[in-house]
Write a protein that binds this ligand. Structure first.
Ligand SMILES: Nc1ncnc2c1ncn2[C@@H]1O[C@H](COP(=O)(O)OP(=O)(O)OP(=O)(O)O)[C@@H](O)[C@H]1O
Ligand SMILES: [Mg+2]
Length: 582
């Protein structure tokens, strides 16, 4: 019945010393030592009956102790005097209780007791290991549809479940070098999310990789590109416009203001004044008295850029009455706004920014924003379109990508914050290629700053409002430290770069120091999973998703060996000119 019915003679060694979470075990027989491996599990008898401590082997050493050899005596020392010490260092990771109430074999991640000196140490392997892993899986699976990643590397018969609540609640990171299997892991997780009747998640798809993922629970949206300029397509066709009026004042300035211009403060001031007044007119027109009383320049209220432009041009050319009657002099802002007007005009004409400045009729409607937000925040149960929303940002120019994704994240978070508590439905934001738009502070530009602020805010406060982040990146060293340090779950795939390894190592609990040495030697599709969501720090072979992201690694040699080369270079050039593949 109990899992750990070890007999004393099965012991491989005994406890030599105990620290808070680490135990040194001396192994009597060198044969035993040979059979051990770092990162394998061992069982230690606890000081409490009915409990066993589970530990992870962290280090194996065989040491010859030289001091027993009398070097000065000059005599030949018989070999058998050399004392050899076989030692393993074990990090304790949890307790297995034989029985809790009526449930047998319950694993807990707490350490209420420590082993006593001379307590027996056993290896956890074979059938016992399988049973142990299964009992862990079972406890995670109970009563709910479980989230499965794949199987454990140490025991391929045991399915590796993780706790879906904890994974999204306290944010997660998925890291690994390029081609290590991050996008596939994300697909594996999201396809299970999509099966839930009330799923709610947004995936930022930077390369349009996730287009093949199709199921009832998934809907595909695409940020409008130059091809959508005519405005004939809208949300119902899966095309998302993110009109300029959704941007905050700071975000708008990040886009339009050249801070090195000596007139920058004047430009910012005039712009703020004009936007506020344009928003006021709109609110008056709509008869929104309550909003009028409290709105700010940042409030998401539609306004017409044409009006703003006209005003700016007027002020830039304005002449006012001079000191002497009948004369005129330059107005306060005369010629000071030229650069700003130029930049605004250039941005508005930039076809790549269609989604921002294309302002088709429907987006200028006051009632349009709730439609957008319902689409973004709605769960499967609230809209018949699927609660996992994959948003394709592949046509958004990379220089303003941080600003635009940050905008979506901010809108989602704010609406979630303003949703009454009883109506709040949790939502996860899955950020693939996060280093592109949640960059570390070192490369701060105005555009990056705005995006990072939004994500750092979500990382810090999201838990309270039911907004979970899943940060996916091949360069953790280039991702905002604040965001990473708020994540409590780590899915670390093969990682070869030393700088990135160091970042991951710092994130993992200290006691698992040795565990992260596995990072460079993991196989493709294999991950170290550590954190709240996983009972044990485990090495998991992630199973392939049902529909695979279109991110295949290209087989250079094979392709080069084919008789026929693929065509389409001329088309590509045209797409590049058009800034659209459609
Ligand atoms: N779980 C898996 N099992 C088997 N093969 C896998 C698995 N995951 C990934 N692969 C292989 O690795 C390739 C690259 O995977 P993926 O696109 O997920 O990498 P990535 O980590 O997202 O890379 P990048 O950082 O460049 O986006 C896949 O096309 C597939 O062939
Ligand atoms: Mg990827």
């Amino acid at each position: 019945m109990t899992l750990f019915d070890y007999k004393s003679e099965e012991a491989i060694g005994t406890v030599y010393s105990v620290d808070t979470g680490t135990v040194i075990v001396t192994v009597s027989d060198v044969e035993h030592l040979r059979s051990l491996q770092v990162n394998r599990l061992v069982v230690l008898r606890s000081s409490k009956a009915g409990q066993h401590l589970i530990g992870l082997i962290n280090k194996i050493t065989r040491k010859a102790l030289a001091e027993s050899i009398d070097e000065d005596s000059g005599e030949d020392v018989p070999e058998d005097i050399t004392v050899v010490e076989n030692i393993i260092r074990v990090v304790l990771i949890g307790t297995l209780l034989d029985m809790v109430g009526t449930t047998p074999n319950v694993f807990r991640r707490t350490l209420e007791t420590v082993p006593e000196i001379d307590a027996n140490c056993f290896v956890l392997e074979g059938e016992r290991l399988t049973k142990f892993m299964q009992s862990i899986s079972k406890s995670l699976q109970e009563g709910k549809q479980p989230l499965s990643l794949g199987t454990y590397t140490i025991d391929e018969d045991a399915e590796a479940w993780i706790d879906g609540n904890k994974f999204f609640q306290r944010h997660a990171v998925v890291v690994g070098s390029t081609g290590s299997g991050k996008s596939w892991s994300v697909a594996r997780i999201l396809e299970q999310v999509a099966e839930l009747p009330n799923a709610n998640a947004i995936l930022f798809d930077i390369h349009g990789e996730y287009a093949p993922m199709r199921s009832d629970g998934i809907q595909h949206l695409r940020v409008a590109g130059p091809g959508d300029l005519d405005g004939s397509k809208n949300l119902d066709d899966g095309i998302v416009f993110l009109p300029y009026w959704l941007l905050t004042y700071e975000e708008m300035l990040a886009l339009l203001l050249d801070r090195s211009d000596q007139n920058a403060p004047n430009q910012a001031m005039v712009f703020s004044r004009e936007v506020t007044s344009a928003k006021r007119s709109k609110l008056e027109e709509e008869g929104k008295a309550e909003v009028l009383a409290n709105f700010t320049v940042d409030s998401p209220v539609p306004y017409s850029l044409d009006t703003i432009m006209d005003r700016l041009i007027y002020l830039n050319e304005e002449r006012v009455e001079g000191a002497k009657k009948g004369t005129t002099k330059a107005g306060d802002f005369n010629s000071k706004l030229s650069r700003f007007i130029q930049r605004l005009d250039a941005k508005r004409k930039d076809r790549r920014l269609t989604f921002l400045f294309g302002d088709p009729e429907h987006c200028m409607n006051y009632e349009w924003m709730p439609t957008l937000c319902t689409r973004l925040l709605g769960s499967t149960g609230q809209q018949d379109k699927g609660g996992v929303k994959i948003i394709d940002f592949s046509e958004v120019p990379s220089d303003i990508l941080p600003l635009i994704i940050g905008l979506v994240a901010r809108v989602v978070f704010s609406v979630q914050q303003w949703t009454l508590k009883e109506n709040r439905h949790p939502i996860a934001l899955v950020c693939d290629e996060a280093h592109l738009y949640i960059p570390a502070r070192t490369e701060a530009s105005a555009v990056n700053e705005a995006a990072v602020n939004n994500f750092e805010r979500i990382a810090k406060e999201g838990r309270k409002y039911g907004v979970g982040l899943v940060v996916v990146s091949q360069r953790p060293a280039e991702v905002s430290r604040t965001v990473l340090s708020q994540c409590n779950n780590y899915v670390a795939m093969r990682l070869t770069n030393a700088e990135d390894q160091a970042v991951v190592r710092r994130l993992l609990p200290d006691s698992l120091g040795g565990f992260s040495d596995l990072l460079p030697i993991l196989d493709i599709g294999e991950a170290l999973v550590v954190g709240d969501c996983s009972m044990l720090p485990s090495r998991i072979r992630i199973e392939e998703p049902k529909t695979k992201p279109a991110s295949a690694t290209i087989e250079f040699w094979d392709e080069w060996s084919k008789d026929k080369a693929s065509e389409g270079i001329a088309d590509a050039v045209e797409y590049m000119r058009r800034q659209s593949k459609s």
